[in-house]
Design a protein around this ligand. Structure first.
Ligand code: OGA
Ligand code: MN
Length: 215
């Protein structure tokens, strides 16, 4: 009897969709090709050094407040009309993911909003949910890490609480270069632990339209 082996390519979009269905979150490494990753990272370092970032807030619109004890990272929102080619390419990659998630999870994701974030050494973001109290439009959170040569000793893990009633049940996900973490925004409390180095990411949310909310 002969066994035939067939090369089988499973896209990272399929893997993410499957893990989101099974676990509610997904961790995928090397999400972007090396060249794309490097350009995105180099650009982000440049923009950060040019001083354009501002203190991240908590809440939105009129309710937005600076609460440096809750979070003290600095962010710069991605404006689709003002994005660099590398950023636009990343947004196009996420657009494919959005379509796949709509196919597989029937979430009716409508668009993506995101920002670059830098956590200076010692900065953190305390335990929170990625939804605003008065709005349920964020359905899937997606964080891409842009840190070269990161090790566990650098700290800065994303701590994802797997069970809201058990603080001891969590997964620490380190912000390694090119890693993409996605999770259902309304399901997981999480926090960003302090790091010994500057920690770079592009963080964003796939959103549902306000008028499509189930609740
Ligand atoms: C956030 C957040 C996680 C991370 O910005 O809301 O939780 O690992 N970020 O940077
Ligand atoms: Mn968050």
């Amino acid at each position: 009897m002969t066994v035939q082996y067939q090369a089988h390519f499973v896209s990272s979009e399929s893997i993410i969709a499957r893990q989101l269905v099974t676990n509610g979150y997904a961790v995928v490494d090397n999400y972007l090709p090396g060249g794309q990753f490097r350009t995105l990272r180099e650009e982000m370092v440049q923009v950060w050094q040019s001083g354009c970032f501002r203190h991240a807030g908590v809440g939105r619109g009129e309710n937005r407040e600076l609460q440096p004890t809750i979070r003290n990272d600095k962010v710069l929102w991605l404006e689709p009309m003002a994005c660099s080619p590398a950023q636009r390419r990343y947004l196009a990659t996420l657009e494919n993911l959005r379509l796949k998630l709509n196919q597989e999870l029937l979430l009716g994701l409508f668009n993506f909003e995101g920002h670059m974030a830098v956590y200076p050494p010692g900065a953190r973001y305390q335990r929170h949910l990625d939804q605003f109290r008065d709005m349920g439009t964020r359905r899937v959170s997606a964080v891409l890490y842009l840190n070269e040569n990161w090790t566990m000793n650098d700290g800065g893990a994303l701590r994802l609480y797997l069970d809201n009633d058990k603080l001891g049940s969590y997964q620490d996900i380190y912000p390694y270069a090119g890693r993409l973490v996605t999770f259902l925004s309304d399901r997981f409390y999480h926090e960003v632990l302090p790091a010994g180095r500057e920690r770079y990411s592009i963080t964003g949310w796939f959103r549902q339209r306000d008028d499509m909310l189930a609740d």
